[in-house]
Design a protein around this ligand. Structure first.
Ligand code: AMP
Ligand code: MG
Length: 474
């Protein structure tokens, strides 16, 4: 188990050492054994709560080099330089087949960046992140991941008193857009350059060889972000707080807050109840991705000309559109290279919207329907049957062209997704000390395309057909 502490030791001026403050009665509740094995972590950590003891010692491989990272961020469009890890600590880096993977403890107590808040995380949001990130990962959507989750006997005050919890999550790194923005905006050029050098050496070594490594780095981040958001849009994921401090340079889903999966298909859906303007509505996410990349690009201006920055940023939109069309068409068994197939995909979305149908379940039902049927049962779900019939005729022709099979289609259309009502049920039980439902859900989230879930209650939409709004206070 060769843990490293490269960020903490190489970039000591960009972070502050803080010892984790374990919670009263802290208990290891959930362990992602598959991930722990991939990272080659000691099995002993997970026995008899030993991991909690390690976190609580001031000198252990997990606590000795623990740091809170400094960053800033554009929050709802406004620059905020006061941010940083207010309740999370980078503990160490593990190694997965030669790639560095951060171990980050969330809810670890106050840091110099806590801004008067308690440094804690509630069980509700911790469990949502733990389950949600694993679900996305299994869907093929890049994400930070949950390694383990701890409950406790402590409560913290939010809108009401709630049980406190912690989790360790993994990510290639915890470097956010806001890291670069902060050191650029503060005029701390030496630190900014140290961060660039570190990022290029440790995480984007393929860019270091380019004639302009910084431009290559921005291009890599831009293309990864376009790829990520194309996946979000095709699977109906709404992040909820796409502030630049919540954007990973690796193009992974990161810093889960009031996220939700679309249920009824509504492109304007907003689930963060603090998002009064709908800035982070489902259909705004692709544009916000570019807005955030623009903020990031400013920080590269010491190394790239305006023309070079613009050249990179203009690649975002075509990259996003091509991948979004590809995923959407794949989910329908269509071919995104054919304009008529893209038309069919757009018409499908328009019909889902008009009939207010559940987004993912409609794809799953279609995946399980033979396209050779004259009048599939699915037809009854649509308000405008005539429009459906016309669409179906064209769709049958297109499917005959691509020859995609039902089982191939099911393999890209999940039966189970992290629906808010399921997560809420897991939270309610966990709040009274029972993690059975959370574990059962996790098992399903790890195999979302499996046919065993087709008639299962995990695949049913919420009664209200909408996940409802979610609190940001976590
Ligand atoms: P988030 O909305 O979780 O992305 O957090 C935004 C900022 O507030 C980050 O700098 C967090 O570290 C900080 N923060 C959020 N909740 C807390 C808390 N309970 N205690 C201290 N800092 C927090
Ligand atoms: Mg955050």
């Amino acid at each position: 188990m060769p843990l490293t502490h490269h960020y903490a030791t190489t970039l000591c001026d960009l972070s502050t050492h803080v010892t984790p403050q374990i919670l009263r009665g802290q208990k290891l509740e959930m362990v992602n054994e598959v991930l722990a094995h991939e990272l080659n972590l000691p099995v002993s950590w997970w026995q008899d709560n030993q991991i909690t003891a390690l976190l609580g010692q001031s000198v252990s491989a997990l606590s000795h080099y623990a740091v809170a990272q400094k960053y800033g961020g554009h929050q709802f469009g406004q620059w905020n330089p006061t941010l940083g890890d207010g309740r999370g600590l980078l503990l160490a880096e593990a190694n997965c087949n030669g790639a560095s993977v951060d171990l980050h403890l969330k809810g670890a107590g106050q840091t110099p960046y806590s801004r008067g808040a308690d440094g804690r995380a509630v069980l509700r949001s911790t469990l949502r992140e733990y389950l949600g990130s694993e679900a996305l990962h299994a869907l093929g959507i890049p994400s930070s991941r949950g390694l383990c989750l701890f409950s406790s006997e402590e409560t913290v005050l939010r809108e009401q008193l709630e049980p406190a919890a912690m989790m360790i999550r993994t990510a290639p790194s915890h470097i956010r857009f806001g890291h670069f923005e902060y050191f650029f905006q503060a005029g701390e050029t030496d630190k900014l350059n140290a961060l660039f050098d570190y990022t290029l050496q440790h995480h984007f070594s393929e860019c270091a060889q380019a004639s302009n490594p910084h431009q290559a780095l921005l291009r890599a981040i831009t293309l990864r972000t376009a790829r990520l958001i194309a996946l979000w849009q095709s699977y109906g994921f709404v992040h909820g707080v796409m502030n630049t401090d919540n954007m990973s340079i690796h193009g992974i889903t990161f810093d889960f807050g009031p996220f939700a999966m679309l249920e009824r298909y509504d492109p304007k859906a907003v689930f963060n109840h603090s998002d009064y303007q709908g800035r982070y509505a489902f259909d705004q996410q692709p544009g916000i991705g570019l807005w955030n990349l623009n903020c990031l690009a400013h920080s590269f201006s010491g190394h790239c000309s305006t023309e070079q920055l613009r050249e990179v940023l203009t690649q975002y939109e075509p990259a996003f559109i091509a991948q979004y069309q590809h995923h959407l068409c794949s989910r329908l068994g269509l071919n995104a290279q054919q304009p008529s197939h893209i038309n069919l995909a757009n018409q499908w979305l328009a019909m889902l919207k008009q009939s207010e149908l559940d987004y993912n379940n409609s794809f799953r039902t279609l995946a399980g329907t033979s396209y050779q049927q004259a009048q599939p049962q699915l037809r009854n779900d649509f308000i405008n049957r005539q429009a459906f019939d016309q669409w179906w005729q064209d769709y049958q022709v297109a499917r005959a062209e691509t020859g995609v099979s039902e089982s191939e289609l099911k393999a890209v259309n999940p039966a189970v997704i992290p629906r808010t009502h399921l997560l809420q049920e897991a939270i309610t039980q966990a709040n009274s000390g029972d993690f059975t439902f959370a574990e059962a859900l996790l098992k399903a989230f790890h195999t979302p395309f499996d046919t065993q879930w087709d008639e299962h209650r995990f695949s049913t939409a919420s009664q209200s057909h909408t996940p409802g709004t979610l609190s940001c206070s976590s």
